[in-house]
Write a protein that binds this ligand. Structure first.
Ligand code: ATP
Ligand code: MG
Length: 383
């Protein structure tokens, strides 16, 4: 008899038909990756995944963050023998401390002499006989004791919610525009949770934004890495671009023109590094540049899909996610970002594409983009 973790993966993976193996393999690789350094044994029993380790709490903590896992169950593995099943189910229920219960049986081993229904009934009767004050509630029990009869038998009632989503690395690549704010780390988390591989780009306006602002972004990238594993952060010097815009363009169009440059640089980095798309933390109506008109005009500068997973999410809900995933406390540190320094007093909220294109045409766009990319810092090994 020993305790194991039963890994139940997201039901979406079952819907993948012929591609299911690819998703399973990736999830297995990701499990091995997060469990590095821990002694464990990976056991499969007719399509079920079990992991054994002496350090069960640590095992759970690491697996809880892994995308593609729907649920983790703490199971006790016993020999497939009737009296052992009775005893263990009773012990499991006593440990749970519930007042009402239901026994659910899954019988993969059809050579076992009782069918599922009989097992559930007999185990239930045994529990009732050996306890006081407990009752069966088939509709809404406080505790569901599951008995899975396979080569061995697995009994469990304790379930821990997994991170959900799809295995990281199964759905293409995106370049996340990562600022020091609250939104973009959440946007990155949401893309990664759907299995999209992340890289990040940060536009740094030295000396207008401090070294500490840059460190803060690195810190956020590191927190994201606890979900994704190693990723690359591109730090792009942005001051020359901003200074050129300030010098040559209308004040009320600074922000939107700057955002078009962010898009261009991101797309160029994506192109050079085989990244399919760009992602941002934009949310409709949140600030002047995130009006529908503003988004349309900044989007026009991109030559590939730009994903905005938070587009229809309220700020309060975004903050809740940020707290849950552990980025909030870092995001609210007070270091300025480049956008807050260069914001005009009255930015245009309804920019007109043709006017903006005309206004920015005075700039040597290609050279500015090229130079920013030539001078960028590539951090591949954030600890
Ligand atoms: P956030 O909370 O993510 O900073 P925000 O509400 O402050 O977003 P903006 O400053 O308008 O909104 O930025 C919108 C999006 O543009 C951000 O979510 C991020 O994806 C990107 N962005 C803004 N500033 C930078 C920057 N300095 N470097 C990289 N990306 C940035
Ligand atoms: Mg911001």
């Amino acid at each position: 008899m020993r305790k194991l973790i039963l890994v139940k993966y997201a039901s979406e993976i079952f819907l993948k038909g012929l591609n299911k193996n690819k998703f399973e393999k990736k999830l297995k690789d990701n499990i091995r990756y997060v469990l590095k350094g821990l002694e464990y044994e990976f056991i499969t029993d007719q399509g079920r995944w079990f992991i054994y380790s002496e350090e069960i709490e640590e095992l759970i903590n690491r697996l809880k963050r892994l995308f593609g896992i729907a649920e983790l169950c703490v199971v006790t593995e016993i020999e497939t023998k009737v009296d052992k099943i009775y005893e263990e189910a009773l012990r499991e229920l006593k440990e749970n401390g519930a007042n009402t219960f239901k026994v659910e049986t899954k019988r993969a081993d059809k050579s076992f002499p009782m069918n599922s229904m009989e097992v559930s009934q007999k185990v239930g009767a045994y529990i009732l006989k050996n306890t006081e004050g407990l009752s069966v509630d088939v509709k809404n029990p406080e505790c569901r004791v599951t008995v899975e009869i396979r080569k061995n038998t697995y009994i469990y009632s304790k379930k821990i919610k997994g991170a959900g989503g799809m295995p990281y690395g199964t759905n293409g690549k995106t370049l996340l525009m990562l600022s020091g704010g609250i939104d973009s780390p959440v946007a990155g988390y949401m893309m990664a949770r759907r299995g999209v591989e992340l890289s990040c780009v940060y536009y740094h306006s030295h000396p207008y934004t401090s070294e500490r602002a840059k460190e803060k972004v690195k810190e956020l990238a590191k927190i994201l890495q606890t979900y994704t594993g190693n990723m690359t952060l591109y730090i792009v010097p942005f001051t020359d671009i901003q200074m050129s815009i300030i010098e040559k363009c209308r004040k009320d169009e600074l922000t939107i023109i700057m955002r078009r440059f962010m898009m261009r640089v991101a797309c160029e980095i994506a192109e050079k590094n085989g990244i399919h798309s760009v992602s941002t933390g934009e949310s409709i109506g949140q600030v002047a540049s995130q009006t529908m008109e503003g988004l349309v005009v900044s989007n026009d500068a991109a030559d590939r899909p730009v994903f905005r997973p938070l587009i229809a999410t309220d700020k309060g809900d975004i903050m809740d996610i940020a707290r849950n995933i552990g980025t909030y406390e870092t995001s609210i540190l007070p270091y300025e970002d480049c956008c807050t320094i260069f914001v005009p007093k009255h930015p245009k909220t309804k920019p007109i594409l043709r006017e903006i294109i005309k206004e920015e045409s005075i700039l040597d766009i290609d050279v500015l983009v090229k130079e920013a990319i030539e001078n960028m810092e590539v951090c591949k090994d954030l600890p």
